[in-house]
Design a protein around this ligand. Structure first.
Ligand code: ADP
Ligand code: ZN
Length: 722
């Protein structure tokens, strides 16, 4: 027997299958999808068995496998096929596509020491030939109505008697795996579905097999409740489910709801777990003990069998795209591949779907499901827009008169407030403090980014550059400045204005310790604080009854990010955070402070008008040839020598020009962060409508550079940002 092994070493040069012989004593343990140890050059490497065959196609003398690591397959047929599809879609190494599916504990790294943990139990053996004394009888009586008794419980009686009983084979030790995570039993607080929710579920049930649905529902419309209904249906049919959430450590309330409804049948996978906890959760899923997996991006690879439904909540979130390492995959694409394999429905849900998804739904590629109203006829909050360029004449700080008045009013009534400090794109752009003017690229309609080292403004799309002026070209005041401001500064300001109220600050600094985020949410829910001040974290998925005012201190920062999605992201962020207000009986209010009160991303937020925003933004995307009208692919060329990299980037550009007919090729231009850890980066942007043989051409480029250690090429299809 010959086996084909893919070794765990991410290097384009050796990303192929190598053949090995198998010793006789290992023959019956070999399966496709297990890990083995093999000799490789002078090293010993771990690898996956991907092929079993009679003969090798090479004439070389084959080496033997050293040992077998797994008793059972860890990459089943579905995952093996999935890895190959992801490789095709992302042009990454195949090994990286398998590694991304597994918890660290299962990835080859000598020295990672993540073990299974066990509890020791005892079962009864044979006591017919042995006369028990009093203490021993007391121990045996623990087994009256149990087959297994935990070691700790017996130790409470006597350790020496226990040891004797073990020696005499009266008690036999049994090791049972112990998991690091624990879940409560369910407390089953199921709502009766509203008519709107019922019709969504009915519409959903009209379709059988694999279909992709887009559930477009305003904030607080009961989407989560619908997800749980679909999952329960799947469970009743003996099927499993996956629920993706943007970053689960940021949405503890969501996990709690699932836990209350489904108890120990859920497994949660997210970045706040230790590697040991992740490994345990992975095995609970693998063994079929957990039926519902709720988790962030990589939970899409959960080793579930017989999947009945896959849900992607907040589908607009860019966290579903892995963009910092290979494979640069989208969990939404993977959801569709797994949906097709399992012949089960895939549901994308959001109050503000991506333009790509909504356009597909309009074309009928996705089935559109709508929840246009909040639960039980509650109104969406009233939104007011405050023009800060007017307001700056009256107030020195960061708060408008309107926001302050409204805050006082709510605090007097003992209601709570959420304040958002928008830090997306913090201080990377400059604008006029007087009129709000920002510098834009004349070619791309994208904000220019400030480069401190050269004191210039640059476009990251086409490379256009300009020097920084002190005087605003619009209002002629000397008030160009960077607009960044931190949560700490705002917190101080708040303390001075409202000395008697309790303020909770939530940002990357205050929530980095494990469990802090959850504690803060509980404390705010229990009204231990009056005002919750935070960054984007406070915009996501929170459900507080007593919050009646949401204030956005600065809507503009995210608008000025040099990215064609900045309007979409801003509209989405503002709509999401607005959705935190007035979710219960009391009606809610939202105040948005901005220097761009007439920008459409802000105007459409005012009336919660997703469709209006969609139509307007689609016109712009069409005009500027962006998604969903064109696909985008980003090629990053990086290396230590900037001149060399620049030359190679230009060579690549020329070769693409020669080989691609209908593709628009921009650049090379310096990447968003040009120099990082002494590595220089250039980017080429491709815009294309149809295949144009692109994958083949890019494969050739990668091949050409695979042995060149001075250049690194990364390819990102449909990047979430540049
Ligand atoms: P979304 O996910 O769309 O923001 P949720 O599912 O969180 O909406 O629902 C909003 C609020 O309404 C939650 O507090 C939820 O418990 C409640 N809710 C949802 N469905 C129902 C229902 N059928 N009956 C009563 N309350 C419901
Ligand atoms: Zn430009």
């Amino acid at each position: 027997m010959i086996v084909g092994v893919l070794v765990q070493l991410s290097n384009k040069n050796i990303d192929k299958i190598f053949d090995y012989k198998v010793k006789d004593e290992l023959l019956d343990k070999i399966k496709i999808g297990i890990r083995v140890e093999v000799p490789f050059g002078h090293q010993t490497l771990e690898g996956f068995v991907l092929e079993i065959k009679k003969e090798s196609s090479t004439d070389l003398e084959l080496k033997e496998i050293i040992s077998i690591i797994d008793d059972d397959v860890i990459l089943n047929d579905e995952l093996l096929e999935l890895g190959k599809k992801i490789q095709e879609k992302t042009l990454s190494t195949l090994i990286s596509c398998y590694q991304v599916m597994l918890p660290k504990a299962l990835k080859a790294k000598k020295g990672t020491n993540i073990n299974k943990k066990y509890d020791t139990y005892y079962k009864l053996g044979d006591s017919s030939n042995y006369k028990l004394n009093k203490t021993q009888e007391a121990i045996i009586s623990l087994f009256k109505d149990k087959d297994l008794v935990k070691r700790e419980d017996i130790l409470k009686i006597s350790i020496s008697s226990l040891n004797t009983l073990i020696k005499k084979n009266v008690l036999i030790p049994v090791k049972l795996e112990k998991y690091r995570m624990s879940y409560k039993e369910k407390s089953n607080n199921k709502h009766k579905l509203t008519n709107d929710q019922k019709s969504v579920v009915e519409e959903f049930n009209k379709y059988k097999g694999y279909n992709t649905f887009l559930l477009h529902g305003v904030t607080g419309s009961g989407k989560t409740e619908v997800y749980m209904e679909l999952i329960e249906d799947a469970l009743n049919n003996n099927k499993t489910s996956i629920v993706l959430v943007p970053e689960i450590s940021l949405t503890p309330q969501m996990v709690e709801r699932f836990q209350n409804r489904f108890g120990k049948r859920i497994a949660a996978l997210h970045s706040a777990l230790s590697e040991g906890e992740k490994y345990d959760e992975w095995r609970r899923i693998y063994k079929g003990e957990a039926k519902i997996v709720i988790g962030a991006r990589s939970a899409i690879f959960a080793p579930l069998k017989n999947i009945g439904v896959i849900i992607v909540d907040e589908e607009h979130s860019d966290s579903y795209k892995q963009d910092d390492s290979n494979p640069r995959y989208s969990a939404k694409d993977v959801a569709n591949i797994r949906g097709e394999y399992n012949n089960c429905p895939v549901v994308f849900g959001s109050a503000t779907p991506t333009l790509e998804s909504f356009a597909r739904a309009k074309k009928g590629v996705y089935k559109l499901l709508s929840l246009p109203n909040r639960i039980n006829g509650k109104n969406l909050p009233l939104v007011r827009i405050i023009d800060m360029s007017e307001e700056i004449k009256y107030s020195k700080g960061h708060f408008s008169r309107n926001l302050l008045t409204s805050m006082k009013d709510k605090l007097d009534k003992n209601e709570q407030i959420i304040l958002l400090l928008n830090r997306r794109g913090y201080s990377s752009f400059v604008s006029c403090k007087n009129c709000g003017y920002t510098f834009k690229c004349p070619n791309c309609d994208i904000s220019l980014t400030y480069h401190k080292s050269s004191n210039t403004l640059r476009c990251h799309y086409c490379g256009y550059g300009n020097k920084v002026y002190k005087t605003c070209p619009e209002c002629k005041e000397n008030s160009i400045a960077d607009l960044g401001v931190g949560t700490q500064k705002i917190e101080e300001e708040l303390h001075n204005i409202f000395p008697d109220n309790k303020i909770l600050r939530m940002d990357m600094d205050t929530t980095s310790r494990k469990g802090m985020h959850e504690k803060m949410i509980t404390a705010f829910k229990n009204h231990e604080y009056d005002i919750l001040l935070g960054t984007q974290i406070v915009a996501k998925g929170l459900d507080f009854d007593n919050v009646t005012l949401v204030g956005v201190i600065n809507a503009d920062t995210s608008l000025n990010i040099p990215d064609f999605r900045s309007s979409e992201n801003t509209f989405s962020l503002l709509s999401q955070v607005a959705g935190r207000s007035g979710r219960d009986k009391k009606s809610g209010e939202v105040i948005i402070q901005t220097y761009n009160p007439t920008h459409y991303a802000i105007e459409y937020t005012k009336n919660h008008d997703y469709l209006g925003f969609y139509n307007k933004e689609m016109q712009i995307r069409k005009m500027l040839k962006y998604p969903p009208f064109y696909y985008i692919c980003y090629i990053k060329i990086s290396g230590k020598d900037p001149q060399y990299i620049f030359n190679e980037a230009n060579k690549i550009k020329k070769s693409l020009d020669r080989n691609l007919n209908s593709t628009i090729i921009l650049g090379p231009s310096t990447a968003n962060i040009f120099k990082m850890n002494n590595i220089y980066r250039y980017g080429i942007i491709l815009k294309y409508k149809k295949d144009d043989n692109l994958y083949n051409i890019l494969e050739k480029v990668l091949d050409y550079y695979k042995s060149n250690s001075k250049v690194r090429i990364d390819i990102d299809f449909n990047p979430s940002h540049f």
